[in-house]
Design a binder for this molecule. Sequence first.
Ligand code: ADP
Ligand code: MG
Length: 729
Amino acid sequence: MAFHRFKALEIVLSRTPLEVTLPSNKVSEFFGENVFGIDAMREYLSEEAFISVMSAIEQGSRIDRKMADQVAASMKSWANSKGATHYTHWFQPLTGSTAEKHDSFFEPTEGGRAIERFGGSQLVQQESDASSFPNGGIRNTFEARGYTAWDPTSPAFVISKTLCIPTIFVSYTGEALDFKTPLLKTLHVLDKAAVEVCQYFDKNVTKVNVTLGWEQEYFLVDEALYNARPDMALTGRSLFGHAPAKGQQLEDHYFGSIPERATAFMRDFEIESLRLGIPIKTRHNEVAPNQFECAPVFEECNLAVDHNQLLMDVMEKTARRHNFCVLLHEKPYAGVNGSGKHNNWSLSTNTGKNLLSPGKTPKTNLQFLTFFINTVKAVHDNADLLRASIASANNDHRLGANEAPPAIMSVFLGTQLSGVLDELETKVKSGKMSPDEKSALKLGIGKIPDILLDNTDRNRTSPFAFTGNKFEFRAVGSSANCAGPMIVLNAIVADQLIQFKKDVDSLISENIDKDEAIFQILRKYIVASKKIRFEGNGYGEEWVKEALGRGLSNIKTTPLALGAFVSKKTIDLFERNQILTEREQHARYDIYLETYTKKIQIESRVIADIAMSNIIPTAIKFQSSLIENVRGLKEIMVEADYKKAGNIQLAMILEISERINTIKLNVDDMTDARKKANKITDTKSQAIEYCEKVKCYFDVIRYHVDKLELLIDDESWPLPKYRELLFTK
Ligand code: ADP
Ligand code: MG
């Protein structure tokens, strides 16, 4: 136990907000100043090197070694001008966070002298010990070495006096050990597939970028309170705690005024983020007390992913300065809303068009409908894989838990677009359309933009919703790396677009007119993917029943959900698009299972630990004081009076004993279950065992501990209570 909650509360109440001043009233004056972006590159690079890097960014061309030397030298001078003394390759291993291996620019030379060195080889590639990161068995059969390699499409930046170079992370044998490698591959595949489809409509389209705009939810809690809660410090969430008398039922926190200390923190991390080129734009309170959200303007997907990873890191570091802890966990408090990370996803062309934005003319609308319907079809065909992409021990507390999107994947389109699809379905018959019908249909579709301006047509309970000009994947967890779900979404849409092109071309080869062929195929997809469309309340019990009737999956736990990663269908999909090999996919699957097992294992140990060494001793002390009291009463009172007076205390003494007993018995059983689970060598069976045979003790132990919290004298309760964690400003 770190320290008693009263000491922590005292500290909290003595805090004052930190002064934070903007470096300038104009954000444009400091935005991106710590990034080796286009402006800095233009200033520091030779023209030749600049062109080479830009073409690597835009066309994916290679940067040769000589050029890399030049870029490295310029990057180093720029970084030095920003006060950097070290550099690191910055990568995203499958643990979910980011990793760094810092090296000094400084290198000792003979005679006790030193030089500053940072050449092309240090920029382009670094060797790192892969054994300290999860590798899903890939390491065991090969060498432990791993390599990080420069990703020029995401600019280098300086943070904490260190030049950070975004990189991919692969094994000695070239297998991906990170999120970035497959993400970049999916972006490439989707670009190619989308460009080909765009050619039906617009020959000027030569490049399609995926755009991602995430919205990050989080909780703030004072550091002193957090440190007095070993469960939160060790697992990121509270494993005990009775619901407070005042919860979120008043919903008075939503968009409410943000307390001063929190505002100072937000301003601080926003400034830091803006300096790092993260275009952070909105901030507001969320539904739950002390819960907040921030969101940037959307960006190209790879950059947006890096920026979210970086933001989470910046938030955590900045919070410490303000004596806060940021809780990125999906469910830090039972009975209180959890946190998600909405992923707004769309496709944009080199001609400046958002492919998921309905156009003004019938022709561009057919293009819109093509991408729109193909996305719905991709989600329909791969719903289980999409479910797997957001599966984690943390997110299991949200999905299907009555407040977040359910574990059932469905797509919300809105009344108007559902209407358009229904119309398309009935009007485009399997035979040929008459010219009249076709133009009527096109004109009908031409009305979409006006209708979509009506923003009320929204549904907040859907895991995957169309919101006017983008799809919003809402089931992503707040602590997740966006790349996980983005890899899957990009891959399934790319694969679907490739199939679409094949289907349309095969009709064209039968001499069917192009527009007609597109209509025919879209109609086929609308019919085939009908069951994934749902416009109603995704939180209701009726939906669970209806979804079952429709044959949609409702996979509630991570160990089972992850299975979709290694189904034959998924492996084929990833292999035929050259995103991940079967071996890589299996390695990832194992890593995710192991991570799940470890999380539950740690939570289980912490529960046992706190119950046995904090809660039970506290309960016994309080019980002893009751016994003492009863003894005293007996001593001073005549029997008749004592019988009246001592009854309540005796009942309390008894209740405490019963609860202690139940807690102890369940802790013992849970420990035995853990021992049994630990002996299992198959990762899948072990994760399932932890899920089904260990985790089931959590609620019952918690229930009795929470009852004791209400029973035991407030002064001796050691852990900060929910009302203090949630309402202390
Ligand atoms: P909310 O979901 O809270 O109602 P909005 O509908 O305003 O909020 O959408 C917010 C998010 O959508 C922002 O993070 C924004 O960057 C993102 N967004 C908007 N347009 C696009 C797009 N074309 N591609 C990707 N993300 C987008
Ligand atoms: Mg949103």
